[in-house]
Design a binder for this molecule. Structure first.
Ligand code: 13P
Ligand code: SF4
Length: 351
C-alpha cells in the first residue's frame, strides 16, 4: 500500500519499472504529480482504487488497490476512508457508490464511459422481462445503476459462469454483452438467442434455447479476430495467447486462456512461457511487462480503451483538490441495484 511517498521514491520506482518505455523527463513529471496526489490522499482521508487498465505510471504510483471489477467492488465495499477516488470508468465508480453510499465517490473524468454500459437502458430490460416473464436477469457489472436495479443478479468477467449456474434456472436473460453471453453459453452448454436483433420474430416456448442475450459489445475487444491470432501464431509459434471474455467466442476458442483482467495477470505471472499476447486493452500489457521484465509481451497496441484513457494523473490530482466529479445515485435505484450486486458478491470468483 502506498501512503505518503516522496517524489524521489516514486521516481525511483517508476524509473526501475518503466525507463525502457517512458522518457526520463516524463517519469519525473509524473512522479511529482503522483507524490502530490499521495500527499493529498492522506490529508483528505481518501482511498484510490485503480483498474488494471490504468496507464503504467498511474497504475504503479497512486492506487492503494489495483484489480479487476470484482476485486475493486470488494475494496469499495470494505473501505472506511471518507473519500473513494475511482481511477476507472463510470459504471465502476457507480458500483462503489451502490456498495458504500455514505462515502463520497469521485471519478477524475466525466467522460469515462463504456460502450457496453451505453448499449442498454432500464426500459430495455423492462421490455425483455415482459417478453420473457419469470426468467431471471443476469447483468454484467459493465452497466449503469438503473439497469442493475432491474436485474436479479450481477456478474463480472471473473464469475459469470458461476453466477449463471447458481441460479439453477432452465433459462436466463444475460445482458448486455453479446460476446460474454456467447462465451458463458458455450461453457455452460446453453443455446443462446438474441430476440432484439429480429424483433418481429416470435420465439415459442418450446424452441430449444436456455439463454437470452443482448447485442451490446465492447468497442475494444470486438476488434480482435481469429485472423489476428493465426497471423501471430505463424510469426511467433511459441506465443501464449490470452483473451478477455469480452472477445468473440471464436477468438476465445482460438486462444490458450481466457479470464478477467486479474486472472490474465496471474496466468502470466505463474506460467513460464517466454512470450505472451494479450487480447485486451493495451495498457494492461504495459503494466504486466513492467512487473515481469523477463517475459516478452507482444502488443496489438492501437487497442486502447478511449474511456479508461480519460483517467490521467493530472485529472486525478484535480479530482482530489476540487473533490470532483462526485457520483450521485437516486436512493430507490441504489437500493434495488445493491440487491443484485450483493447477490453476486456472495458467490465470489471462479478463477
Ligand atoms: P475486468 O472485470 O476483467 O477487469 O473487466 C472490466 C472491463 O471493462 C474489461 O473491458
Ligand atoms: Fe467498456 Fe470495453 Fe472500455 Fe472495458 S474496455 S471499459 S468494456 S469500452
Amino acid at each position: 500500500m502506498i501512503t505518503d511517498t516522496t517524489t524521489d521514491e516514486i521516481y525511483e520506482k517508476l524509473s526501475t519499472l518503466l525507463s525502457d518505455t517512458v522518457p526520463d523527463f516524463e517519469l519525473r513529471l509524473k512522479a511529482e504529480l503522483a507524490a502530490e496526489i499521495n500527499r493529498l490522499k492522506v490529508v483528505k482521508n481518501a482511498v484510490i482504487l485503480g483498474h488494471n487498465y490504468m496507464e503504467p505510471a498511474l497504475f504503479h504510483s497512486i492506487p492503494d488497490f489495483v484489480g479487476d471489477s470484482l476485486e475493486l467492488s470488494r475494496r469499495a465495499a470494505e473501505t472506511d476512508k471518507d473519500i473513494i477516488v475511482f481511477c476507472g470508468v463510470k459504471f465502476m465508480a457507480e458500483t462503489a457508490k451502490i456498495l458504500n453510499p455514505a462515502k463520497k465517490v469521485l471519478i477524475p473524468s466525466e467522460r469515462a464511459g463504456c460502450s457496453l454500459a451505453a448499449s442498454i437502458t432500464a426500459e430495455d430490460v423492462r421490455q425483455l422481462k415482459q417478453q420473457f416473464p419469470g426468467v431471471p436477469v443476469v447483468t454484467y457489472i459493465n452497466t449503469y445503476a438503473d439497469v442493475k436495479a432491474e436485474s436479479d443478479i450481477c456478474c463480472t468477467s471473473s464469475n459469470a459462469v458461476a453466477v449463471v449456474k447458481s441460479l439453477k434456472s432452465d433459462r436466463v436473460i444475460f445482458i448486455p454483452d453479446e460476446y460474454l453471453a456467447g462465451n458463458v453459453a458455450r461453457e455452460t452448454g446453453k443455446q443462446i438467442i438474441f430476440p432484439t436483433r429480429d424483433p418481429l420474430k416470435r420465439f415459442p416456448n418450446e424452441l430449444e434455447y436456455q439463454m437470452i442475450g443482448w447485442p451490446g459489445r465492447c468497442e475494444v475487444h470486438e476488434k480482435f479476430s481469429v485472423e489476428d491470432i493465426r497471423n501471430v501464431r505463424k510469426q511467433f509459434p511459441d506465443v501464449v495467447i490470452l483473451a478477455h471474455p469480452e472477445c468473440s467466442p471464436e477468438v476465445v476458442e482460438a486462444s490458450d486462456f481466457s479470464g478477467s483482467t486479474t486472472a490474465m495477470i496471474r496466468y502470466v505471472e505463474k506460467t513460464r512461457a517466454p512470450r505472451y499476447l494479450l487480447l485486451t486493452e493495451c495498457s494492461m500489457g504495459d503494466n504486466i511487462a513492467a512487473a515481469n521484465p523477463e517475459k516478452e509481451m507482444l502488443r496489438l497496441c492501437s487497442v486502447r480503451c478511449p474511456h479508461m484513457n480519460e483517467i490521467t494523473l493530472e485529472d486525478t490530482l484535480e479530482s482530489l483538490q476540487k473533490e470532483q466529479f462526485e457520483i450521485h445515485i437516486d436512493e430507490e435505484i441504489r437500493v434495488k441495484a445493491l440487491r443484485s450486486v450483493e447477490r453476486m458478491l456472495e458467490i465470489g470468483r471462479e478463477d
